[in-house]
Structure formats: structure tokens, C-alpha cells
Design a protein around this ligand. Structure first.
Ligand code: HEM
Length: 299
């Protein structure tokens, strides 16, 4: 679309090269996204390097561990509301999508503002522009294949596998874009400067060549030996991007999702509502167009 040539790159080797040469293949965003997202995710060169260096310790394992009680509080608030909803009949139908959106916003404001001012200031500088990225706890979409297999879910390993499989099938960012700042050879192709390169996560994530015959199926087992062994090619999964500019918040997002899911499953069982319509669509991120209606049963 438009006057700029745009090449879709689906070859994992080329995708890897684009992510590694991040100073040549720079992030390219539409003016609309630029309006919504400013900050580290949009910086390049020296400016990016400095901010990333400052922000990285805020996402260190120990820091995340300390955030756990805060995330726990936010999850509890959500679950309390669900308990009130089911209290009369021991079950009820609920569109949980707005609840999940509130949870992600709540966790971010508590973790960013609730910690010491200095720390909060640093984290918030990073998080401010990323709130939209947080609205992506897509675990409910796992129901697309019928009944969920939740019996084994008391093990966090299984929860991780489920989260990765949901991120594979419904990557919140379905496509990443780059533009090269100078002429460069990519594989056998010479690319003049300014060409748009689209990295279609959704296409690569659904490709039979890398994921096998069941590529379109929900099968968390494929992640049983970790992300790198889940597909035939090391870089076939890149919901969080890849390389030096990989998502800084990925462990934060996974921690929050795991905890939320584990807590929900301790208090509720659920089934898909007959009114649920499976129609994931793309806004700023991929989201369930008609909400996520489920029937909750209190345990
Ligand atoms: C499921 C949740 C998330 C997904 C799928 C996701 C996805 C991504 C992706 C694909 C990128 C790379 C974009 C590119 O290369 O063009 C990215 C970068 C980034 N993400 Fe996330 N993200 C998530 C959660 C978060 C959270 C929770 C935070 C902050 C707390 C965050 C902060 C960032 C930042 C700051 C960058 C830019 C990093 C850099 O340029 O060095 N993300 N994210």
C-alpha cells in the first residue's frame, strides 16, 4: 500500500538477520502508531541503547519476584468481582475480556507507581507507552478447539506451554515492520534504502513447514521442551520480537499471565458460553472482537 515498496519476509534466516542488524533495519511505524507509541520501543541508535540499558535492571528476575505480591493483589481484586457475580447461583456467564484489560492496566499502575519513587519512575518511563501492549492475555482463546483440557493445569510448566501456544496462534502483534537505512544485501536480494520489510508473525506462526501438519491446531505439547525446540526453525516463534530489541517486558507479561491463570483455576472451572463467537481481530493488538463470554462455576 502507498508509494513505498514493501517486501514480506517469511524466511527465518532472513528474519534473524533483520533482527540482528537492528541498526540498519530500523523500526518503521505508521504515523498513527507513532502517535500512540513514543519512547523506547520507537527509539533508534544511541538513544535506544541508553534507555534500554537504564530500563533492563527494572525487569531483572529479582525485581519481578518482588512484584509478585502486587500482581497477586490485582488478580485477587478481579477474582473477588467474579465471585460476587457467581455468588447467587454458583455459576454465571461473564464477558471476561474487559476484566482482563482492567487487570493488565491495574497491574501496570500498581507495579509502576507502587514501588519506590525512583524505581517507579524508571519503570514507568518504559511502561507508559506500552500499556496497550499489555492488553493481551489471550488465554481464553484456547477454547477454539472445543473443551479445554484443564485437568493438568496445576503444573506451571503446562501453563507456560499454554501461554506460548496462545501467543503463537494469536500473536498480539501480528506483524512487525522495518525499513533499511542503507542499501544492503539480504540473502540474494539487494534492497535499496527505505524499503519496508514486513515480518508477518502470524504467517510464520501458522506455517506447516516450520510447525508441522498440526500448525493451525491448539497443541501446547509442542512447547514441552521449550520454545527453541517447538518448531523446526529456531526463529519461527517471535511474538516478543527477537535479538537485541526483543520485548523487554516479556518475562513480566508471562509472570502476570501465569499467576492470573493459576489463581483463576484454583477458584473456578469454566466452559465456553454458547454465545461466544471466535473472531480474533486486529486493533492496536489482536483481541477477541465479540468479547470472551464464558460460563464460570465456583469450585
Ligand atoms: C504478551 C505481552 C507482550 C507482547 C506479545 C509484546 C510484544 C513485543 C514485541 C513483538 C516487541 C518488539 C517490537 C519490534 O521488534 O518491532 C516488543 C518490544 C517492547 N516491549 Fe513488549 N510485549 C508484551 C508485553 C510487554 C510489557 C508487559 C512491557 C513493559 C512492561 C513491554 C515493553 C516493551 C518495550 C519497552 C519494547 C521495546 C524494546 C526495545 O526496543 O528495546 N512489552 N514487545
Amino acid at each position: 500500500m502507498g508509494p513505498r515498496p514493501n517486501i514480506h519476509i517469511t524466511d527465518p534466516k532472513m528474519i534473524r538477520e533483520i533482527f540482528l542488524k537492528y541498526d540498519i533495519f530500523q523500526k518503521a511505524r505508521s504515523p498513527l502508531v507513532k502517535l500512540l507509541v513514543t519512547g523506547m520501543a520507537d527509539y533508534a541508535g544511541e538513544q535506544w541503547f541508553k534507555v534500554r540499558k537504564i530500563a533492563t535492571p527494572a525487569f531483572h528476575h529479582d525485581k519481578l519476584k518482588n512484584m509478585l505480591p502486587t500482581i497477586h493483589k490485582s488478580c485477587n481484586d478481579m477474582l473477588r468481582k467474579w465471585e460476587i457475580s457467581v455468588s447467587k447461583d454458583e455459576s454465571c456467564e461473564l464477558d471476561v475480556w474487559p476484566h482482563i484489560q482492567t487487570l493488565t492496566a491495574d497491574v501496570i499502575s500498581r507495579t509502576a507507581f507502587g514501588s519506590s519513587f525512583e524505581e517507579g519512575r524508571k519503570i514507568f518511563a518504559v511502561l507508559r507507552e506500552q500499556i496497550h501492549l499489555l492488553i493481551k492475555l489471550h488465554f481464553l482463546l484456547i477454547f477454539q478447539d472445543g473443551e479445554p483440557k484443564f485437568e493438568e493445569l496445576n503444573q506451571l510448566k503446562v501453563v507456560s506451554q499454554i501461554l506460548y501456544e496462545v501467543l503463537r496462534l494469536y500473536s498480539p502483534a501480528p506483524l512487525l515492520t522495518r525499513a533499511n537505512v542503507k542499501e544492503i544485501k539480504l540473502g540474494e536480494i539487494v534492497i535499496p534504502p527505505g524499503v519496508l520489510l514486513s515480518l508477518p508473525i502470524m504467517l510464520v506462526h501458522h506455517d506447516h513447514e516450520y510447525w508441522g501438519d498440526d500448525a493451525k491446531k491448539f497443541n501446547p505439547d509442542r512447547f514441552s521442551e521449550g520454545v527453541s525446540k517447538a518448531s523446526k526453525n529456531q526463529i519461527s516463534f517471535f511474538s516478543f520480537g527477537w535479538g537485541p530489541r526483543i520485548c523487554i517486558g516479556q518475562n513480566f507479561a508471562l509472570l502476570e499471565s501465569k499467576l492470573a491463570l493459576a489463581m483463576i483455576l484454583q477458584k473456578f472451572t469454566f466452559q465456553l458460553s454458547p454465545t461466544y463467537m471466535h473472531a480474533p481481530t486486529r486493533g492496536v493488538t489482536v483481541y477477541p472482537q465479540h468479547g470472551a463470554n464464558i460460563i464460570l462455576h465456583k469450585i
